[in-house]
Design a protein around this ligand. Structure first.
Ligand SMILES: [Zn+2]
Ligand SMILES: [Zn+2]
Length: 361
């Protein structure tokens, strides 16, 4: 009789533990799904009146660049560069190469443009027009991340492209109010310059200059780091790239692969806004073509973006990358955003149970 009662007790206990574990599992999945799901993508409003006005102005007066830059093929692995420098070696400065590739992509070869480094805290970069003959872009050494430097180059080259629309006006970098009587009169000059980078096919590089990340901290909380260069809001940048893609019939899935997490987030917000707003009706007006430089041999190639892009293959060397499709991206998303945090959570619970209070991951 006594043994039967004990057995029943353990059976009930086992059943209770099993139910609790199952409940905790589903509760964690629901919590993490709510926590990480990008709800804002479907609800964030985007102020498009001003950028639509400038985009229309550029369409009317600027020569369009109908080839979207996917990648300049420049190594932006900061850890690798830091390792090389720590070992006492000078890592190769690839920014001048990036500038040359951008000049080609933005079809600005007719203007002599060179690069210098400065120590200024602000602005992070600027362009100087020497006698309307020679342009010098100065990038601050304080900007360390390659992706940020490249987005700054796009902005400075945007100044040269915008100045090319009306050379009677002076090209003064940093001046927000455009000169009276010029083509841009009444416009915010710096915002027109930002729009121009997108109109000229460099939207991926501008979006990749953004930082918007949430980190888990050792005390169990979260920390968000945001950084935006330029004069527009990140969601306006996302919208401008979505507009460029809609104008050229480029499916969003073909370029998401080339965007960093923050850039992808704002591109998705822009895309959703474009889909649900009746403000602009855009029909593909130009061919869907992308350009990339091989990171291994530097070969420049174009690729058709109208269908589903499955891979990128260098025509000169053995380099190739497979473009993840939506299913592969979803699987990776589930792994990185749900499975990994749950493993960390269980690890944390385990450490707490054995008495370790402040684990760091
Ligand atoms: Zn500027
Ligand atoms: Zn190659």
């Amino acid at each position: 009789m006594k043994r039967k009662t004990i057995r029943r007790f353990f059976r009930r206990l086992a059943s209770f533990i099993k139910k609790t574990v199952v409940f905790l599992f589903y509760a964690s999945v629901i919590f993490l799904a709510f926590h990480w799901f990008p709800w804002n993508r479907f609800a964030t409003p985007v102020d498009t009146a001003e950028v639509d006005k400038y985009y229309a102005l550029l369409k009317e007066h600027q020569r369009p660049v109908d080839v979207l830059t996917l990648s300049l093929g420049i190594n932006d692995d900061e850890d690798l560069r830091a390792e090389v420098e720590k070992a006492g070696m000078q890592s190769k400065d690839e920014l001048p190469i990036a500038l040359n590739r951008l000049i080609k992509a933005m079809e600005l070869e007719a203007t002599p443009i060179s690069l210098e480094y400065g120590d200024q805290e602000k602005p992070p970069a600027f362009v100087t027009n020497f006698n309307q003959e020679r342009m010098v872009i100065t990038v601050s050494r304080l900007v360390k991340l390659r992706r940020e430097q490249m987005s700054l180059l796009v902005h400075e080259l945007g100044h040269i492209a915008v100045w090319g629309m009306d050379r009677s006006a002076p090209m003064i970098c940093g001046q927000e109010t455009a000169s009276a009587g010029s083509l841009l009169s009444g416009c915010h000059q710096e915002r027109v310059v930002d729009c121009s980078g997108f109109f000229q096919g460099q939207g991926i590089l501008t979006l990749n200059g953004l930082t918007d990340e949430t980190f888990s901290t050792a005390d169990g909380g979260t920390r968000t780091e945001k950084k935006v260069f330029g004069y527009l809001k990140p969601e306006q940048y996302g919208y401008l790239l979505a507009r460029y893609c809609a104008d050229h019939g480029i499916p969003a899935r073909n370029i998401e692969f080339f965007l960093e997490p923050a850039g992808r987030k704002y591109f998705n917000i822009g895309n959703e806004y474009l889909k649900r707003s009746a403000v602009v009706s855009v029909k593909p007006a130009a061919p869907a073509t992308g350009v990339y430089w091989c990171p291994k041999c530097g070969q420049h190639s174009t690729v058709d973006l109208s269908g589903e892009l499955a891979e990128i293959r260098c025509p000169k060397c053995s380099f190739h990358i497979k473009i993840q499709n939506a299913w592969e991206r979803t699987t990776r998303f589930i792994y990185v955003r749900l499975v990994m945090p749950m493993i960390k959570l269980f690890h944390l619970i385990k450490l707490r149970m054995i008495g370790i209070k402040s684990p760091t991951f």
